[in-house]
Design a protein around this ligand. Sequence first.
Ligand code: SAH
Ligand code: SF4
Length: 396
Amino acid sequence: MTTITPTSLSNTTTMPKKTDLLALTLDQLKEWLKERNEPAFRAKQIYSWLYQQLVTDFAAMTNLPLSLRTRLEEEASIGPMIVRSEQHSKDDRTRKILLELADGKLVESVLMLYPPLGESSARATVCVSSQAGCAFGCTFCATGQMGFDRHLSSGEIVAQVLHFARELRTQAWSAPGLPGTTPIDHITNIVLMGMGEPLHNYNNVLQALRILNSPEGFNLGARHMTISTVGLAPAIRQLSQEKLQVNLAISLHAPTNELRGQTMPINKKYPLEELFAAIQEYIAVTRRQVTFEYVLLSGVNDTAQHAEQLARLLKPLQQFAHVNCIPVNATSASYSTPGPDAIRAFRNILFERGISNSVRAERGDDIAAACGQLRTRFENRVKKTGTELPVITPQA
Ligand code: SAH
Ligand code: SF4
């Protein structure tokens, strides 16, 4: 059984420390109950209340004896955190929350809603944060510019998903103006693309995904989960050995060491040769396609020459590589988004060289969609007004 560190289980500000049940796998919950002389079958009942009924308090767990409910109130919690702000984009396809954790740290989570398109059914994807801040300092990234605060516990990661799951359960979403759309009332996908570097917080992230994968609980398939990484080569190798076969996305963003080193400091530690050796190994072990994220920065990494270099770099991976072109969400004056012609030209070169690719549709711009931007805005407002954490009014 995995050992749990006290920090991954406890609420750090209240005394006595309560166990966050959202940080526990089913087996760990059984163990926790056993230590309190409770039968193991109670764990399944509690799991069902937490992840299928999506309850937020122990009083609602009506098939548990009152004595156990009272004990749970005293000794356990269900992912405590405060929603500081919730914003919906004008088309309501993007919803973003700013969460305050038990120690006052702020993180963002985003829900992205997609109506059905052709063969593919409707999706509700949660973009989850894995850390408060980030240690890797990519120059185009708002989170990277904040520096690193701390890792999130597995319970804090799970809680972000449950927040939106509850919201959709309460009110299912349907695409306005699209006839025949079945309302979507549950989360279909999770992407670790919020604040922080998930593979830097490896154990807590994997634990959270295992909890969400549990058939007795939330029951979300590993194929519906994606970890995005800045390129921590040893952790990519480790991930290839996991039983939980989640999708992998690599933040590449430049086709040469020279250019990548300018925007992504991690490239000095794990240059492209080392990163690609780890990716080759990951593909050899898992036989799974890898997505390469490529943030397009106008005039920096989006020329025809860059596209040629990118195609050459990925060619050896053949059908196992897919490029996702992401027009940059400008966080500062230093970068701008290429126009549609430049994006088309870049993608055409990739297509001509046989590299499968797509472009991420821009969304949620009106609510500062790139992770880190909402917190940055929020904190700037606090600094400017000198007030304590103002709540931003959700947009219509
Ligand atoms: N740390 C991980 C996951 C979080 S970032 C990583 O770097 O992969 C998720 C994705 O958003 C990454 O591909 C990241 O490069 C990208 N991103 C960061 N800043 C962005 C911006 N301003 N515009 C568009 N994408 C951005
Ligand atoms: Fe961190 Fe990812 Fe942002 Fe880079 S892009 S600073 S790794 S969150």
